[in-house]
Design a protein around this ligand. Structure first.
Ligand code: ADE
Length: 465
């Protein structure tokens, strides 16, 4: 790989003779040539700039000087037939430079010519002109959303980031995989060395355990955590199908979820809680409720009974009522694209009573027989769209539900939340157990003509499970 760097401050680039890049040049793995742009001027003041056409502040670098200089680089023999040449122009108005781009440049380019602008930049015709050459690709790039005095620092950054990816420059190519922005798509885990204790800070003990499997897992957990906190954009870009159960647990703490069996290329999402849905979206709730309610019914229940129940309780009008009444709390979760993927519906008694009594046998008797006293809120509906079951999203929905209910009934003494779930629905029962509910009794629940046996479960409102 050959680099040609043009600048009006060539000595700025002397540091390229140091360290890894310097060594790689001496060893011949890369060839770095620095040029003084003023060598292509003809006037006594060695002028490279002029005032902007059309007016405005500052000076613009002249296309004719740049043209003469760059032409000399693009005719250089770089040791391959039909070389792939890039003209890289650092500018705060360029594409953000990323590791992915650097990998691409290192892998498929033979020559990178860097034109360091100063002042207000380089006459725009320079980029247009070289872009029209079939054998030259123009790449205007930026180091970040801030303005430097010129392109030299950005040239140093590009040479260093690309050169270290050229085969033979770095001794241990494996170190390129785990580093930040490596192929794992995560920021790198924290690193430590001796002394193991320093100013009261010790190295995490797991790193000295000698258990390579646990060390690797710990490092991945830390990489996930760091990335979730600092670069949510990188989490959103991960391929969810490559993430495991433990990744799910770690990222769930930061609000990231993905369907249980994601398609290849599906990405994690950070669902948004909808606490005060308005009637315009009642149909979203009704559609989700009708899609999910049958899954909680026993197999032998008549489809006509299920339909009649859904017509009576899960229609658009009913959801409008739930939204508008203080006796109900409706909470939804939406994915990144705004689709409703889960909801809960709680019925709040207006005093010290028991919500949900009219739905079945007297639960209050069941509950009163136990240690529970105080007002009882009914968790009437708690549903996730099918592909989201087993994703951990139920925990998020439950937390949001408990928090909101707690804030609504703050003045109540020891309120409890209860629910009824069909005896045969083992999946639901184990989920609710995980979410802090315990069985407190039984009840009958009528859908159509059919009397169903339900298990009654209950829990306090504190968000612990
Ligand atoms: N020149 C001036 N500011 C720059 C930036 N942020 N990135 C690249 N080149 C620049």
């Amino acid at each position: 790989m050959r680099f040609d760097i043009f600048s009006v401050f060539p000595s700025y680039l002397n540091s390229l003779q140091l360290s890894l890049v310097g060594k790689a040049s001496v060893a011949g793995a890369i060839d770095v040539q620095v040029h003084d742009l003023r060598d292509w001027t003809t006037d006594k003041h060695r002028t490279v700039d002029d005032t902007p056409v059309g007016g405005g502040a500052g000076m613009v670098m002249r296309a004719d000087i740049w043209g003469k200089a760059l032409d000399t680089a693009f005719v250089e023999d770089v040791g391959v037939e039909n070389p792939r040449r890039i003209l890289a122009i650092p500018t705060p108005a360029g594409h953000p430079l990323t590791q992915e781009i650097c990998v691409d440049l290192a892998e498929r380019c033979d020559q990178i010519v860097i034109a360091c602008g100063r002042y207000e930049g380089i006459d725009s015709r320079v980029a247009t002109h070289y872009d029209s050459h079939d054998d030259i690709e123009v790449f205007e790039y930026s180091l970040g959303d801030y303005v430097l005095n010129g392109g030299e620092v950005a040239a140093l950054a590009l040479v260093e980031a690309v050169a270290r990816l050229v085969p033979g420059v770095i001794g241990n190519p494996e170190s390129l995989v785990e580093e930040s922005h490596g192929s794992a798509g995560l920021l790198e885990y924290p690193n430590y060395t001796r002394p193991l204790d320093w100013r009261g800070e010790s190295v995490p003990p797991i790193l000295t355990s000698g258990d390579h499997g646990r060390v690797a897992r710990w490092r991945r957990d830390e990489a996930l955590r760091k990335t979730a906190l600092r670069r949510p954009d990188m989490i959103a870009a991960l391929d969810a199908s490559t993430l495991d159960r433990r990744d799910r647990a770690v990222l769930g703490q930061y609000g990231w979820y993905w369907p249980k069996n994601p398609d290849v290329g599906a990405h994690p999402v950070r669902p948004v809680t909808e606490l005060s849905a308005t009637p315009e979206v009642a149909s979203h709730y009704s559609e989700l409720a009708r899609r999910t309610f049958p899954d909680a019914c026993p197999q032998d229940m008549l489809a006509s009974d299920i339909d009649a129940f859904m017509d009576a309780h899960l229609g658009r009008d009913m959801f409008t009522t739930y939204m508008e009444s203080a006796d109900w709390l409706l909470i939804g979760l939406r994915d990144t694209r705004g689709a409703l993927i889960a909801y809960s519906l709680s019925s709040i008694p207006d005093g010290d009573g028991v919500a949900g009594e009219e739905d079945g046998a007297p639960v209050d008797t069941v509950l009163a027989a136990g240690p529970r006293k105080g007002p009882l809120i009914e968790l009437s509906k708690f549903y996730l769209d099918r592909q989201w079951r087993g994703s951990g999203l139920a925990g998020m929905l439950m937390t949001a539900t408990l928090e909101e209910l707690s804030s609504r009934v703050r003045e109540w003494e020891r309120p409890y939340l209860w629910l009824g779930t069909n005896t045969g629905n083992k999946r639901a029962r184990s989920l609710y157990t995980k979410l802090g509910f315990e069985k407190v009794g039984n009840r009958h629940f009528t859908v159509g003509e059919q009397n169903n046996d339900d298990i009654v479960m209950a829990r306090t409102l504190d968000v612990t499970y």
